[in-house]
Design a binder for this molecule. Structure first.
Ligand SMILES: Cc1cc2nc3c(=O)[nH]c(=O)nc-3n(C[C@H](O)[C@H](O)[C@H](O)COP(=O)(O)OP(=O)(O)OC[C@H]3O[C@@H](n4cnc5c(N)ncnc54)[C@H](O)[C@@H]3O)c2cc1C
Length: 408
C-alpha cells in the first residue's frame, strides 16, 4: 500500500469518486482509501439474470440537472425516462381515493412549508392533520423520502431539499455508473480508516493496512460511521461529531423479488401494502418492465425487519402482497436480493435527515478545518442531501477547495 500521498480521500462513494476524479484529472497525487472491496458505497449495483439491480440509489433525482446523467451518457449507458411510479396512480386505490390521497399529500407538504418558515423549526409530524385517514400512509412515505420517522425529521430540512421533479434511471445501474467513474483514480481497497491525526505537519491516517501520510484529507464518511468510530479525529472535533449526530442516516432497504406471470401488471406500476399504516412497504411492480418487484421499506419498519433477519423482509412482503392479491400470489414470487444498509458497518443507514432545529448542522459538517481537512458526502449538502447527486456536488466542490488550498 502507498504510505504517502498529497490528498487522501476517505471513502470511495459518490462523493469520494467525484473528488478523486477531479483531483486525478488535474494531475494531483491523490488516493481513495476505501473500506470495502469496491467503489460506490451506498451506490451499489448487483446483477441478476442479466439485469442490473440497484440495491442503493436507483433514481437520478433532478435528472435533467443531475451530473450523473451526463456521466452515464458518456459511459454509453441507457437512460430510462419512464415517469416514476410515485407520480402515477397506485394499484389498490378505489375510484377517487388516489385523488384524495394526492390532495392529502400536497396539503401535508404545504403545511410542512409553513412550518419551515415559522420562527422555530418543528418535526414534519406537526404538519399531519389530526384524524386524517391518510396519516399512516403519509408517515410511511416520509420514511421512504427521509429514512426517519415523521416525528424525528426537521420541517426546515425537508423544505430545503430542492428538486426538479424529473426522475430517470440508468438501465445498466446507477451504482455501476458511479463506480466506473472512478476508473484510473488510485484506490486502496479493504482499508478501513480508524484515526485521522491532523495535529502535526503532515496528516497521519491510521488504517487496517498501516499508516498513510497526506497533506490534505477529504473525509466522505456517512454520518453514522463518523459517530461510530471512537476518537476518529485527533485532536478531537466535537463540533463535527455533534453535527453528524444531528444528521443521522435514516433507514431504507430494498428487496428485489422475482415475479411469475408479470403480464398481469402494467410495467412500472406501484402498490402500497397498506393504505392506513406507517409500517407498510411500497412495491414497484415490473421496474423497467422486468419480471420483478422492487420492494421498499423505511424507517422503524425497516429497522425491525433488519433486526428480525434477512428472511423477515420477504415474509413481510408476502404477507402484504397476498393480503391484497390473494394467497395464490405467494406461489408467483421468490426473493432475489436484499442489502441491509443498517447492518452494513460501512454505511450504518441509508441517507441523512436533520433532526428538528438542527438544519444548520449540514454547514457545520461541511466546513473545512485548518484548510487541510475537508468534508464531503450527501449529508454536507444543504439542498441535495440524501442523494447521489448531492454527494457528487460536495465531492466535486471539496476537490476545488483542495486545489485552491494548494495554490494559497
Ligand atoms: C436503499 C437506498 C436507496 C437510495 N435511493 C436513492 C435514489 O434513488 N437516488 C439517489 O440519488 N440517492 C439514493 N440513495 C442515497 C444515495 O445512495 C447516497 O446519498 C449516496 O450514494 C451517498 O454517497 P456518499 O459518497 O455521500 O456516501 P457513501 O456512498 O456512503 O460513501 C462513503 C464511503 O466510505 C466508505 N467507508 C465507510 N467507513 C469507512 C472507513 N472507516 N474507512 C474508509 N472508508 C469507509 C464506505 O464504504 C463508502 O464507500 C439511496 C440509498 C439507499 C441506501
Amino acid at each position: 500500500m502507498k504510505s504517502a500521498t498529497e490528498v487522501a480521500i476517505i471513502g470511495g462513494g459518490a462523493a469520494g469518486v467525484a473528488a478523486g476524479r477531479r483531483l486525478h484529472d488535474a494531475g494531483v497525487d491523490c488516493l481513495i482509501v476505501e473500506a470495502r472491496d469496491r467503489l460506490g458505497g451506498r451506490a451499489f449495483t448487483a446483477m441478476h439474470a442479466g439485469h442490473a439491480i440497484d440495491l442503493g440509489c436507483g433514481w437520478l433525482h433532478s435528472a435533467d440537472e443531475n451530473e450523473w446523467t451526463g456521466i452515464a451518457k458518456v459511459q454509453g449507458r441507457t437512460i430510462d425516462t419512464t415517469p416514476p411510479p410515485w407520480n402515477r396512480s397506485s394499484l389498490g386505490f378505489r375510484l377517487g381515493e388516489q385523488r384524495d390521497y394526492r390532495k392529502a399529500f400536497n396539503d401535508f407538504e404545504e403545511r410542512i412549508r409553513a412550518l419551515a418558515h415559522a420562527d422555530k423549526d418543528a418535526p414534519v409530524a406537526q404538519a399531519l392533520e389530526p384524524g386524517s385517514r391518510w396519516n399512516g400512509l403519509l408517515c410511511a412515505v416520509v420514511t421512504f423520502i427521509s429514512g426517519g420517522e415523521a416525528a424525528e425529521v426537521s420541517a426546515r430540512d425537508y423544505e430545503n431539499y430542492a428538486h426538479t421533479e424529473v426522475n430517470w434511471r440508468v438501465v445498466e445501474g446507477y451504482g455501476a455508473t458511479i463506480a466506473k467513474y472512478g476508473d484510473g483514480v488510485p484506490v486502496v481497497f479493504g482499508c478501513p480508516v480508524t484515526r485521522i491525526g491532523y495535529g502535526g505537519k503532515r496528516i497521519k491516517i491510521d488504517t487496517a493496512q498501516g499508516t498513510i501520510e497526506a497533506d490534505y484529507v477529504i473525509v466522505t464518511l456517512p454520518t453514522n460511521v463518523l459517530c461510530a468510530i471512537e476518537a476518529l479525529f485527533s485532536p478531537a472535533l466535537p463540533d463535527k461529531i455533534d453535527a453528524a449526530r444531528n444528521l443521522p442516516l435514516g433507514l431504507d432497504d430494498k428487496l428485489f423479488i422475482a415475479l411469475d406471470q408479470p403480464e398481469q401488471f402494467e410495467k412500472d406500476s406501484r402498490l402500497f401494502g397498506h393504505k392506513d399504516d406507517s409500517k407498510t412497504g411500497a412495491y414497484h411492480i415490473r421496474p423497467f418492465g422486468r419480471a420483478m418487484i422492487e420492494c421498499f421499506f423505511g424507517g422503524s419498519n425497516a429497522r425491525e425487519l433488519e433486526a428480525a433477519g434477512e428472511g423477515a423482509f420477504f415474509d413481510f412482503a408476502v404477507s402484504e402482497l397476498t393480503s391484497i392479491l390473494g394467497n395464490d400470489f405467494a406461489k408467483r414470487i421468490k426473493p432475489i436480493a436484499i442489502h441491509r444498509w443498517g447492518a452494513d458497518p460501512f454505511a450504518r443507514g441509508a441517507y441523512s435527515y436533520a433532526k428538528p432545529g438542527k438544519v444548520d448542522c449540514r454547514a457545520v459538517l461541511a466546513a473545512p478545518v485548518n484548510n487541510r481537512l475537508f468534508f464531503a458526502g450527501e449529508a454536507c449538502s444543504k439542498h441535495d442531501y440524501s442523494t447521489a447527486r448531492g454527494a457528487y456536488r460536495t465531492g466535486f466542490m471539496t476537490a476545488g477547495q483542495v486545489l485552491g488550498a494548494r495554490e494559497g
